[in-house]
Ligand binder design. Structure first.
Ligand SMILES: [Cu+2]
Length: 157
């Protein structure tokens, strides 16, 4: 979406500068200039319209892999959460929280130097039970994407 709108702006800008550099202020040139400004306005308007239309899901960071995996039943408590996305995310504006079976929620501390497409957080010591990870990331295209991940830690024996 960002790409599309900047293409729109670029095209309008090119028409603008081309017209100004054109054949001076003769009547014919003036008409051409007016026509070109009309086109430039239309392009500017359609660029704004494009901004108002929601971007397709493909433009956002999408979760492609997680550790633990969705619905995993783990024999031992995991010590780390890894969410891998199909594009870069803003680590500073992304977050995750762990919700236990009783509904208690604790924020997870993000690893600041994780790879640009990954959210990595250390998990606290987890007792057997079911857990939900509630995550929210900011894609580099400026959109927030959120989701939940469920896993459980099996009781020993
Ligand atoms: Cu987007």
């Amino acid at each position: 979406m960002v790409g599309e709108s900047s293409v729109g702006r670029g095209a309008a800008g090119a028409l603008c500068c081309d017209a100004v550099e054109g054949s001076g202020w003769a009547d014919r040139g003036r008409w051409r200039l007016r026509a070109r400004w009309g086109i430039a306005r239309l392009l500017a308007a359609s660029a704004l319209a494009a901004l108002a239309v929601p971007a397709p899901a493909g433009a956002h960071a999408l979760l492609v892999e997680s550790l633990p995996a969705e619905a995993a039943v783990l024999p031992a408590a995991p010590t780390q959460l890894v969410l891998r996305f199909n594009s870069r995310i803003e680590h500073k504006l992304s977050q995750a929280a762990l919700i236990d079976g009783a509904g208690a929620r604790r924020p997870l501390a993000m690893e600041a130097d994780a790879p640009p497409d990954r959210l990595i957080a250390a998990l606290p010591a987890l007792a057997p039970g079911s857990y939900t990870v509630d995550w929210q990331v900011l894609s580099v295209d400026g959109h927030r994407v959120a989701g939940q991940l469920h896993f459980s830690v099996a009781s020993p024996g």
